[in-house]
Ligand binder design. Structure first.
Ligand code: G4P
Length: 522
C-alpha cells in the first residue's frame, strides 16, 4: 500500500468552542455525513443520557461526562476523517490543550449571539502558538444574533487574525433567508425545517427567484456584500495554512443549515498531515518508518483491569498491530499488541494506521506524555509538548502523615504523566498543584486513593494568574499572599497573582521585573 496515498486522505482536526456554542450539535451533523450515527442526538448524553456505552473510569460515569478527549473517525468521500473532541466546562483540563498538539487543523465555533467567549480564546491561543490552521463556523444564524461585520471585526481584533468570510448571511433569526456562498458562487436558501436549496449566482436573475431577490433584507445584504468584496482581505489559502487567516462560515448546526457546504469546503482545504519537528530535523508523514508520539494517557479506562491507554498520534510510516517499536526516551523495545481505534461510542481494534490517525495503545506503565515511539534505525524524539499555564491552584497534603512515602510516589508519577502540575512553596515545603480545570483535581484525588492508597486533602489557593520570573535572584520581601512566590519542578520561580488587578499593580510598581506568560514561552 502506498503510504503517501493514505496520508493524502487523512484530515485530522479538533473542534474548539466555548460550552453551549454548538460543538456537540455540529459534531453530530458531521458524524451523520460519515454515516457513523443514524440519528442526531446520540453523541453525548449530558442531556439525553444516551452515551452510556463507555466503561471508562468511575468518575466519568458518576458525572456522565467524558473525562478526556475522545476520537471519532470515519470515511467521507475520498477522505479519512479524524475528529478529536476537546472537552469543555468543568471537564476542561490540560488534555484539552494537549489534544491540539495532535491535530492538523481546528474548527472554531462561535455563537453568533455571543461572539468570542473565554474558553474559545484560550484554545485559540494554543492554536496560534502552534501555527495550526483555524476554520471558523459562526453558529446559530437561525436566531437573532450580532451583525456579521461586527463579529468579523471582533475576531480580527480580539484574536489578531485576518478573516475571510466564505459566505455571507442574509438576515438572521426570523428574517434569515440564507447565505451567499461566496466561495462556490451560489446562494443557499434557508427553508426552515425543509432542506436548503442551492441557487447558482447566474440563476438568481430567473423569475422564479423574484420574491427572494426583491426582498428588502436581501437587497440590503447585497449592498453590504459589495462592501465586503471591495474592502475585505483577499482569500489566501497560503495564509490559512500558516494560521494567519481564518476562513469564516456562517450557518446553523441545529437547522442544519450551511453545514454541508461548510464541511465540503473545509475538508477540501484542511491540511493533510505535514512534516513534524523532531530532535533530528523534520520527519515526513510518508517516511516509510513508523513513528508517533503520545499526547494523552488515560488511566483506568476499564476499572476491572486497571488498564492504562496511551493515545498515540501517528506521524509517519505505517502502524501494524503487533509490531515492535522503540521507546525513544529509554531505547527499549515494546510490542504493540493491544491497540484500539476510537469510534464515537465504541472502541474497536485497529489493524493498521497512518500519519494523522490516532490510536490507543495499551500502556504497561511505560509511557509518559510526549513520548516518541519509532520503528526504524534512526533515533529521534518529537518536539516536547508545551506546558500550559494552570489557572487553579490548591495546596495538597496526605491526610495521614504516615503515608508520606506513597504520597510522594503518587504525586511524582501523576506529575510525570502530566495529569497535574506541581509547585512548591518557596519557604515552606508545602506542595501546590496547578490545573487548568477543576476536573483534574477530582481525577487526581481519585487516582491517589485508588492507585496509591493515599487520601489527600486539598486546600484551595483560588484562581491565580501565574507569571514566571526570568531570574533566580528575587527579593522575597516583594511577595505576599496576593502575589505568592513559588517554584516549579525545575526550580524556576513564578508568582501566582490573585487577580488581574494584583498583576497590574505589581507591573506598575516593578517595571524592572520581567514577568513571563507561559503562552509566550512555549
Ligand atoms: P456544546 O457542545 O458546544 O456545549 O453545545 P451543544 O451542541 O450542546 O449546543 C448547546 C445548545 O445550543 C443546545 O440547546 C443546542 O440545541 C443549541 N444549538 C446548537 N446549535 C444551534 C443552532 O444552530 N441554532 C440554535 N437556535 N440553537 C443551537 P439546549 O437547549 O441547551 O440543549 P438541547 O436540549 O436542545 O440539547
Amino acid at each position: 500500500m502506498n503510504i503517501n496515498h493514505e496520508v493524502k486522505k487523512r484530515k485530522t482536526f479538533a473542534i474548539i468552542s466555548h460550552p453551549d456554542a454548538g460543538k456537540t450539535t455540529l459534531t453530530e451533523k458531521l458524524l451523520l455525513f460519515g454515516n457513523l450515527i443514524r440519528s442526531a442526538g446520540t453523541v453525548k448524553g449530558k442531556k439525553s443520557g444516551k452515551f452510556a456505552t463507555s466503561d471508562w473510569m468511575e468518575i466519568e460515569k458518576q458525572r456522565g461526562i467524558s473525562v478526556t478527549s475522545s476520537v471519532m473517525n470515519f470515511p467521507y468521500k475520498d477522505y479519512q476523517v479524524n475528529i478529536l473532541d476537546t472537552p469543555g466546562h468543568e471537564d476542561f483540563s490540560e488534555d484539552t490543550y494537549r489534544t491540539l498538539t495532535a491535530v492538523d487543523s481546528v474548527v472554531m465555533i462561535i455563537d453568533a449571539t455571543k461572539g468570542i467567549e473565554a474558553q474559545t480564546l484560550k484554545l485559540f491561543k494554543v492554536c496560534r502558538m502552534r501555527g495550526i490552521p483555524i476554520f471558523t463556523f459562526i453558529n446559530k444564524l437561525d436566531r437573532e444574533g450580532r451583525e456579521p461585520l461586527e463579529l468579523l471585526e471582533e475576531i480580527e481584533q480580539v484574536l489578531n487574525i485576518s478573516t475571510y468570510p466564505m459566505n455571507w448571511p442574509v438576515g438572521m433569526g426570523k428574517r434569515f433567508l440564507g447565505i451567499f456562498d461566496r466561495y462556490n458562487k451560489q446562494f443557499i436558501q434557508y427553508n426552515g425545517n425543509e432542506e436548503e436549496t442551492y441557487i447558482p449566482y447566474a440563476d438568481l436573475d430567473n423569475s422564479e427567484h423574484e420574491d427572494l431577490v426583491k426582498n428588502a433584507t436581501y437587497q440590503e445584504t447585497e449592498d453590504e456584500l459589495t462592501l465586503v468584496d471591495e474592502a475585505g482581505d483577499n482569500f489566501s489559502l497560503e495564509n490559512v495554512l500558516k494560521g494567519e487567516q481564518t476562513p469564516v462560515f456562517f450557518g446553523s448546526a441545529l437547522a442544519p443549515f450551511g453545514v454541508q457546504s461548510f464541511f465540503d469546503t473545509f475538508i477540501s482545504m484542511a491540511p493533510n498531515p505535514t512534516p513534524r519537528k523532531t530532535t533530528e530535523g523534520l520527519v515526513s508523514p510518508d517516511n516509510p518508518d513508523f513513528s508517533g508520539f503520545v499526547f494523552k494517557i488515560q488511566a483506568n479506562m476499564n476499572p476491572a483491569h486497571r488498564d492504562r491507554i496511551a493515545f498515540l498520534r501517528v506521524c509517519s510510516g505505517k502502524f501494524e498491530r503487533g509490531m515492535s517499536v522503540k521507546l525513544a526516551r529509554t531505547d527499549k523495545t515494546i510490542k504493540l499488541s493491544q491497540s484500539q481505534q476510537f469510534v464515537a461510542s465504541s472502541r474497536g481494534t485497529v489493524e493498521e494506521a497512518y500519519a494523522g490517525d490516532i490510536i490507543g495503545i495499551y500502556d504497561p506503565n511505560a509511557y509518559r506524555i510526549g513520548d516518541t515511539l519509532i520503528d526504524g534505525k534512526d533515533n529521534f524524539e518529537y518536539d516536547e509538548l508545551p506546558q500550559f499555564p494552570p489557572e487553579l491552584f490548591k495546596k495538597v497534603s496526605a491526610k495521614n502523615v504516615m503515608k508520606g512515602k506513597q504520597f510522594k510516589k503518587g504525586l511524582e508519577q501523576l506529575v510525570q504523566e502530566g495529569a497535574i502540575q506541581l509547585f512548591k512553596g518557596h519557604r515552606t515545603e508545602s506542595y501546590i498543584i496547578g490545573a487548568v480545570g477543576e476536573l483534574q483535581y477530582e481525577v487526581f484525588e481519585y487516582r491517589m486513593k485508588n492507585e496509591y492508597n493515599v487520601e489527600v486533602s486539598l486546600e484551595s489557593v483560588g484562581e491565580r494568574i501565574p507569571r514566571w520570573l526570568n531570574t533566580d535572584q528575587v527579593d522575597e520581601s516583594l511577595f505576599d499572599d496576593r502575589n505568592l512566590l513559588v517554584k516549579d519542578r525545575e526550580g524556576q520561580f513564578l508568582v501566582l497573582f490573585k487577580n488581574d488587578f494584583a498583576l497590574r499593580w505589581f507591573v506598575d510598581k516593578h517595571p524592572d521585573i520581567e514577568l513571563i506568560d507561559l503562552f509566550e514561552v512555549n
